[in-house]
Design a protein around this ligand. Structure first.
Ligand code: SAM
Length: 233
């Protein structure tokens, strides 16, 4: 369970709302039962149910289980797509181990407003489900050309480009600071593609012969990079 306050042995953690309902009525926890917590700061802690009532619980933290995990230094740069789909991308990026989710506004991006709180809630839920103890950071949406102008010299930019000559991602993925760039439903314009390819750190990659939905391309590219270059193996 994610707790957005610094955890420490001996502190008491009040749990209300949906989390309390889940622990009390779905998991049917009883006083003394163990609960694993993480605060996205100091790793994973063991707690136990101290008190339980209809709508609230109180947990007592009893010990430290593990330090905050280190995930491979992979960013996902994705043009925001329709609400339900970008939520799905945020969830899969979290499960698959992405360190940072950076929404990129491109010429054909149709979604220009993003609800960061909602995306963060989806990532917290995904982390609780998959056992991550470090949440991906969620960057503010940025325009593509602004991002390219300040691109970090040491970070490879794997540019998912179904429209041009590109190498299979699995063949070119390398460990180290990296980012995957996925376009919107309408794809990148030719000017955008040329500007991205002009970046010395850009590595155009293909994800196969078919045109994937943006969310499919994002999940596939992260999984391929993680499997071939992620330093968690
Ligand atoms: N140009 C596509 C079309 O003609 O329908 C629209 C873009 S596609 C729906 C969304 C994004 O997914 C693309 O901008 C690209 O980043 C990525 N993508 C989709 N299929 C891909 C593939 N086979 N290889 C690499 N990237 C792909």
């Amino acid at each position: 369970l994610f707790v957005d306050t610094p955890l420490d042995t001996g502190i008491s953690v009040p749990v209300e709302g949906a989390a309390a309902n889940y622990l009390g009525n779905v998991m049917r926890l009883k006083p003394g039962d163990p609960v694993r917590l993480f605060d996205d700061r100091s790793g994973e802690w063991l707690a136990e149910v101290a008190e339980i009532s209809k709508r609230a619980l109180r947990l007592a933290v009893t010990g430290h289980l593990a330090p905050r995990e280190a995930v491979p230094d992979l960013w996902l740069l994705a043009a925001p797509i329709k609400k339900g789909r970008i939520d799905w991308v945020a969830e899969k990026a979290c499960e698959l181990g992405v360190a940072r989710l950076a929404p990129v506004i491109t010429r054909r991006t149709i979604v220009d407003r993003l609800n960061g709180e909602r995306l963060r809630a989806h990532m917290i839920e995904a982390a609780e489900q998959c056992g991550r103890t470090a949440l991906p950071t969620l960057a503010e949406p940025e325009k593509l050309d602004a991002l390219l102008r300040v691109w970090p010299a040491d970070r490879a930019l794997y540019f998912a480009d179904e429209a041009g000559d590109a190498r299979p991602l699995a063949a070119v993925a390398r460990p180290g600071p990296a980012a995957i760039l996925i376009g919107p439903e309408g794809g990148f314009t030719d000017e955008e593609r040329a500007a991205i390819r002009a970046l010395p750190q850009a590595v155009p990659v293909t994800l196969g012969p078919r045109i994937l939905r943006a969310e499919t391309a994002a999940a596939a590219a992260i999984a391929i990079w993680m499997a071939t270059a992620g330093d968690w193996r």
